[in-house]
Design a protein around this ligand. Structure first.
Ligand code: GLP
Length: 233
């Protein structure tokens, strides 16, 4: 793993957006995208850059289940506000959270992913080590599926809703195998609340109890972080 430490967040996000722009210049066309507060400064940089995604395709990691895509809380809305309205892709896919049959939607999404290997997969990490919405205990072989969110994830994400009760209980998420099937993974982790998960990652012990730890098994991971972490072996 290539760990890039920045004590200055502006410099960190400048570096990540340059990484993206360089990837496009080098011919990357298929991107896995992520949501969350962590990604907002990156998307702001990309919105303000001259990057052109108009010949690229994107696949988002996840979506809340049972939520209308036009809801202000959906990841579909988040992505349009944060990136797609300003920087449209040729095609952008976000799982449909309110499909009549969410399990069928998950299978359909997985088939799309398997036909479109990502050149770059962007990732954040949850406080409990989840990636996308793969909560602790999720199989490393998992494909896109419906998952029940843990109380701690719902609490961590309640800041985006008016109350905890409004936070959906389930989500459709790329599985861990789906995430790993990318040529390169870029993980961004900022803030002390991510320290425990990140220390578990660089510790090198791969365990389903800390989903992000599986990145130790991927050959091409770049981590952008403002946390001083023990050096990985
Ligand atoms: C959600 C998303 C994850 C994201 C995590 C952290 O749970 N499903 O993809 O990494 O939140 O979000 P934040 O960046 O807001 O801390």
């Amino acid at each position: 793993m290539d760990i890039r430490y920045f004590d200055d967040r502006t410099a960190l996000y400048t570096a990540v957006s340059e990484h993206f722009q360089q990837a496009v210049a080098n011919g990357a066309t298929t991107f896995g995208l992520a949501t969350g507060g962590t990604m907002e400064p990156l998307y702001e940089n990309l919105r303000n850059s001259d990057v052109d995604f108009s010949t690229c395709t994107s696949f988002n990691l996840d979506e809340y289940a049972g939520i209308d895509k036009n809801s202000p809380h959906s990841y579909y809305t988040y992505m349009h506000e944060q990136l797609f309205n300003a920087k449209p892709f040729a095609a952008s896919y976000v799982p449909v959270g309110d499909a009549d049959d969410v399990d069928a939607e998950a299978r359909k999404y997985e088939a799309l992913l398997q036909a479109n290997k990502r050149h770059i997969q962007l990732l954040g990490v949850g406080e409990n080590g989840h990636i996308a919405f793969n909560e602790p205990g999720t199989s490393f072989d998992s494909e896109t599926h419906v998952i029940e969110l843990t109380p701690s994830t719902r609490e961590a994400n309640a800041r985006f809703f008016s109350s905890l009760d409004e936070v959906p209980t389930h989500a459709v998420t790329m599985g861990i195998a789906s995430i790993l099937d990318a040529d390169e993974i870029i993980l961004i982790a900022c803030g002390e609340n991510k320290r425990q998960a990140m220390e578990a990652l660089v510790d090198g012990n791969v365990t389903v109890e800390v989903p992000v730890s599986i990145l130790n098994n991927h050959p091409n991971v770049v981590i952008y972080t403002d946390l001083k972490l023990p050096v990985a072996i």
